[in-house]
Design a protein around this ligand. Structure first.
Ligand SMILES: [Zn+2]
Length: 507
């Protein structure tokens, strides 16, 4: 039984160029900062988000996952919005194809009791019966966590800290025939992606509560399990949308990106309809603000596909771009989840002051600009987001491109300290509906949405106008990320704190 690939394959020409007729625009007119920023209004942001929800709900899958009709229609929507602006942008579609899971089964019983189970993308199929469950110590990130008794058994492993691939590799080395990963938050069974085709042992996910209960039972008894995990893989094609302003210095590009795809469990309106609409609204208003004039530096926007499958669309763009083109990007800014219901205002920690992971020269300046905007201009609190490359900026960082960005929190847990700064509910996820069917328009925090949207506009107004004071790209220094030389160089804003809030993707 196999789902035909035509069910998910879309036909489209690669690198389709969609543009109007070129009209010369005047150069080097400064974008009116305040009017431009004020033009980013919640009605437009929310209207866009509603359009994306409508697009998802009009399809059988009610989602916008890479390869789906909902995602194809999302791409068409973005292109229509951009081309309706006349010839301000040169709009390109970059085709991308990869294998995806289009159907799956996850069933698990332990000592005869059926547990709710989830699947991992790219996990290998596996069926087992009457097989002992063996607990793996700590988070299963070290070989020593995996006991010799795993041989012929199913490994029970906690989620967190290291990749699923690492956990499964180590369990497999000890002879485990399968693995059960339990979640690290109360958000149902663990699910995720292994990032690509692999030869790892089969794996399924269960909830944190079930996992902890099994761990406790294993401390004084044995457990026997039966599992059946499989999935159908098919080829899926979708597109990155790239829009570059026709005016502005194309050798000194400001690049903004957001992923346009959702997971398959829902319409993905905070993740990442919010980022999609944030940069789309800014792109639209930039074209309007610059009517009769133009910006000094080229502003390029990208809506990436297949982020949820492992940053695949952005990776494809970076991998296929000539080095000479990547060197012309002065800064890449990423926006993924910018309207979380239980939000914080997060700024990527580009200088490594909070998490000791910094980026190429320019990343610190990107962080500083947003800190000054939130902290000084808007008198708003902000926190640092770990600069871990776990969204579409990852491939850019690896290519040595300076990066920055904003987010409002994903599946991390809000602290009391953050509640004091932003309100909301302590002990709950920043987005309790993360990767669920409930991530629809009602999931958005509108205040956070408009605030981040305007911060994006501020960055465009600033660097679209001038790179003065911003580090130059040094071709010989594009060696990728480095560690911050010293934690003693920490420069915290009064309201910043050290805390990782992400914990999505392959972890
Ligand atoms: Zn996302």
């Amino acid at each position: 039984m196999k789902v035909p690939s035509s069910a998910v394959a879309l036909t489209a020409a690669s690198a389709l160029v969609l543009t109007g007729s070129a009209k010369p625009l005047k150069r080097n007119v400064k974008v009116d900062d305040k009017a431009f920023i004020d033009s980013i209004v919640i009605d437009d942001l929310l209207g866009c988000a509603q359009d994306l929800e409508d697009i998802a709900y009009a399809t059988p899958g009610r989602n916008r996952v890479h390869g789906s009709e909902g995602h194809a229609n999302t791409v068409s929507y973005i292109v229509e919005q951009l081309t309706s602006l006349g010839d301000y942008y040169n709009v390109e579609l970059q085709e991308f194809s990869t294998e995806v899971t289009v159907g799956s089964n996850a069933s698990l019983t332990v000592n005869g009791e059926t547990l709710e189970a989830g699947t991992f993308s790219f996990a290998n199929n596996g069926t087992w019966t009457d097989t002992p469950v063996v607990n793996v110590a700590n988070l299963g990130c070290d070989a020593a966590d995996h006991p010799a008794t795993l041989s012929g058994a199913v490994a029970l492993i906690a989620r967190g800290d290291c990749t699923f691939v690492q956990k499964l590799t180590l369990a497999g080395e000890k002879g485990a025939v399968g693995a059960i990963i339990y979640n690290n938050a109360e958000i149902g069974p663990a699910t995720g992606t292994l990032g690509g085709v692999n030869d790892l042992i089969p794996v399924g996910g269960i909830s944190r509560a079930d996992g902890l209960r099994l761990v406790s039972e294993l401390s004084n008894s044995t457990l026997s399990s039966a599992g059946e995990f499989w999935q159908y893989i098919a080829n899926a094609t979708s597109h990155n949308v790239i829009a570059s302003s026709r005016t502005g210095d194309a050798s000194n590009v400001l690049f903004l990106g957001a992923h346009s795809d959702s997971v398959d469990s829902g319409p993905g309106i905070n993740d990442n309809g919010s980022g999609t609409c944030g940069i789309l609204t800014v792109a639209r208003q930039l074209a309007a603000a610059a009517v009769g004039g133009a910006i000094a530096n080229q502003v390029r926007f990208a809506w990436w596909t297949a982020e949820e499958e492992g940053l695949l669309g952005a990776e494809h763009y970076v991998a296929t771009a000539p080095a000479s083109a990547l060197e012309k990007i002065r800064l890449y800014l990423n926006f993924d989840m910018i309207a979380s219901p239980n939000y914080v205002l997060g700024i990527y920690d580009g200088d490594g002051s909070a998490f000791n992971l910094s980026g190429p020269a320019g990343s610190a300046e990107a962080e500083a600009l947003f800190e000054a905007w939130y902290g000084e201009s808007e008198k708003l609190p902000f926190v640092s987001s770990e600069f871990d490359g776990r969204s579409d900026y990852g491939p850019f960082l690896e290519a040595g491109v300076p990066c920055g960005g904003l987010d409002t929190g994903a599946d991390g847990i809000k602290t009391e300290e953050e509640v004091a700064l932003f309100g909301g509910v302590a002990g709950e996820l920043y987005d309790p509906n993360y990767h669920t069917p409930k991530d629809n328009v009602t999931n958005l925090n509108l205040e956070a949405f408009q605030t981040t949207g305007r911060a994006i506009a501020h960055a465009v107004a600033t660097w679209g106008t001038s790179w003065e004071g911003f580090p130059t790209r040094n071709a010989t220094a594009t060696l990728g990320r480095r560690l911050s030389p010293s934690l003693s160089k920490k420069k915290y804003g009064p309201l910043m704190k050290k805390k990782s809030r992400r914990g999505k993707k392959a972890y």
